[in-house]
Ligand binder design. Structure first.
Ligand code: SF4
Length: 201
């Protein structure tokens, strides 16, 4: 039989933590941050060296700041939108800044079927994106015309070069996030980045 043991008491360690309340306002919080910086300055100074190559540094910056274009073609676009919302939150991977203009984007996600009428528009938008740029084909329709395999549609790799293909109808937001992780890996592993930037490649 269970016994009621009276009021729950916090442990000793927990009580010690509670003796020091969280910052009650910005001045106190800032004072704590300043104290921390001052007391850890010596440690930071002794560990302040990072060795890398210029290529790796540029690749690291690029892979963590992918800006997709706000562009959807069909039902797959709903999953793409949900990827950027709070439940899946692509911001965790630095790719949440969906841009309204191809000139500010470096990733085109083909989310939906590509019709013969739309193909020239997609190509035109892709050409307006600055280098370096990448493209993801999302869903069966974009990749192979899917269940709408007829004269009106065209696989997207016949229109623009594709870096990652995502299977499914529709793919879940997690799949699209995984494709962005694969793209990040591809960007991270690319070589000759600086030479390309300087037009020496
Ligand atoms: S793959 Fe499925 S969900 Fe995506 S556009 Fe085609 S029919 Fe719609």
């Amino acid at each position: 039989m269970a016994h009621v043991t009276g009021t729950h008491r916090p442990s000793h360690a927990k009580m010690k933590f509670m003796e020091k309340p969280l910052a009650s306002g910005p001045p106190e919080l800032f004072a704590r941050v300043d104290d921390y910086v001052a007391s850890n300055a010596a440690a930071a100074a002794s560990e302040g060296f990072v060795f890398t190559t210029l290529d790796r540094a540029v690749n690291w910056a690029r892979k963590n700041s992918i800006w997709p274009m706000s562009f959807g073609l069909a039902c797959c676009a709903i999953e793409m939108m949900s990827m950027s919302a709070s439940r899946f939150d692509i911001a965790r991977f630095g790719a949440e800044v969906f841009r309204g203009s191809p000139r500010q984007s470096d990733l085109m996600i083909i989310a939906g079927r590509v019709s013969n009428k739309m193909a020239p528009v997609i190509r035109h938008l892709y050409q307006q994106m600055p280098e370096p740029k990448w493209a993801i084909s999302m869903g069966a329709c974009a990749t192979s015309t899917g269940v709408f395999n007829n004269y009106a549609l065209v696989p997207v790799n016949q229109v623009i070069p594709i870096d990652v293909f995502v299977p499914g109808c529709p793919p879940r937001p997690e799949q699209l996030i995984y494709s962005i992780l694969l793209l990040q890996k591809k960007i991270d592993e690319s070589s000759g980045t600086v030479k390309q930037v300087l037009n020496l490649a």
